[in-house]
Design a protein around this ligand. Structure first.
Ligand code: ADP
Ligand code: GN1
Ligand code: MG
Length: 366
């Protein structure tokens, strides 16, 4: 992997001697490598080295400014609350020149974090308690950032969860049909087109101030949180690239679409995909608690809509990427994005069939 061959690591302030570099994790966006260094006393130190995806993040400097500011803000709060700031938030390792990221000769952007030990990122819910604990942590993350100066945040991806503009992007991808793939996915395209009116619901509620704009994470899937191996509690919210002003419905909804599904995001057998209402309820309880009473009544009433729209949006994004030749999300097999889109649409349809139950569950937390 050129990532490892490039020998970028020594240009950061590593402790000890580098002994191993392996591709790591299952993120769809950045290239991630886990580094191991041996110290003179026989102990090891591990790090996460990432090549930031600058096709997607057009302003890596602004992005790193967000990360430095958000993590130092969180660090202070964690210290005030008696926590361990070295494990409960990301810690950036500087380059030997003292910068918080590095640009190499090819123009690639690199950053490094302390590797958080004795904790796990899950790609699927193995134990409902993990999902509940992730909800508490994502809710708490939002609570901790409630007084963060939102106007200082760079918008790292404009209109990231603007479902109306996401729909327009989707429509354009269908019209252009650059790779001549649309004919084979008419059913999926129709599924999205039929739901166009709903894509406005959260945008309208924000525009009319029926729900508040908050500082949110915006990418709250289960593998963006580390669960402590010893305590089983949510330890650290990671992947802070998209911390931006947004809606609590985005964070809640994105967690549900990923974690309350009975199958993996890229499961080929759609019979295995449904929305597990027990997991839906567990997450709802944890998120409302984690937010510490800060969600408004309207937000709570709209939680099911958050779940449905974030799932529809993600499906639209996967399908648009399939139509555009798989340029955004990393794929590991042909039609990977199409498989992903199909699971999302199956989930949306299943949520629609369970709508009344989802509403009743949310209303319990009013
Ligand atoms: P992407 O944007 O590609 O999803 P992430 O920042 O989420 O990139 O990192 C990918 C994976 O690397 C995570 O899901 C997690 O497994 C692992 N990871 C990232 N940061 C750390 C860290 N500081 N400590 C341990 N593992 C990490
Ligand atoms: C991407 O970076 P990662 O893999 O955690 C994507 C999310 C999608 C998710 C779908 C910056 O998340 O928006 O919901 O894939 N992140 C970005 O799995 O686009
Ligand atoms: Mg990630």
């Amino acid at each position: 992997m050129d990532l490892v061959k490039k020998n970028i690591a020594p240009r950061f302030r590593l402790e000890g001697t580098l002994t191993e570099a392996v591709p790591y994790g299952s993120g769809h966006i950045n290239d991630t490598v886990r580094l191991t260094c041996e110290l003179e006393n026989g102990k090891t130190r591990r790090y996460i080295l990432q090549r930031m995806n600058d096709d997607i993040f057009k302003n890596p400097k602004g992005l790193m400014e967000n990360i430095m500011n958000v993590t130092s803000f969180l660090r202070n709060k964690i210290i005030q609350n008696g926590g361990d700031p070295d494990r409960e938030t990301l810690n950036v390792i500087r380059t030997v020149d003292g910068d918080n990221y590095l640009v190499d000769e090819d123009g690639d952007f690199w950053r490094m974090y302390i590797f958080i030990e004795d904790a796990t990122c899950f790609d699927i819910v193995e134990k409902p308690e993990d999902f509940y604990n992730s909800a508490l942590s994502f809710g708490n993350f939002q609570k901790l950032l409630a007084d963060y100066p939102a106007s200082t945040l760079h918008e790292t991806i404009p209109n990231f969860h603007n479902t109306v503009s996401r729909f327009e992007d989707f429509r354009k991808a269908v019209e252009e049909d650059t790779y001549k793939r649309a004919a084979g996915v008419q059913k999926e395209i129709r599924f999205v087109m039929d739901r166009e009116p709903e894509t406005h619901v959260i945008c309208d509620a924000l525009a009319k101030h029926r729900i508040p704009l908050r500082v949110t994470h915006n990418d709250t899937k289960l593998n963006n949180i580390m669960i402590d191996n010893k305590t089983g509690k949510g330890l650290c919210v990671i992947d802070l690239d998209t911390v931006m002003p947004g809606s609590a419905l985005y964070d809640y909804g994105d967690s549900i679409r990923f974690g309350a599904s009975t199958g993996a995001e890229d499961e080929k057998d759609l019979d295995k995909i449904s929305c597990d209402l027990k997991l839906f309820e567990i997450y709802t309880k944890g998120y409302v608690e984690g937010c510490g009473g800060s969600l408004t009544e309207e937000e709570i009433r709209m939680l099911p809509m958050g779940a449905k729209l974030m799932t529809l949006e993600c499906g639209m994004r996967f399908l648009a990427d399939y139509l555009q030749g798989d340029v955004y999300f990393k794929i590991h097999r042909p039609e990977h994005n199409l498989d992903r889109a199909r699971t999302q649409f199956k989930l949306v349809a299943d949520m629609e069939s369970k709508w009344d139950e989802m509403m009743s569950i949310a209303e319990k937390y009013l």
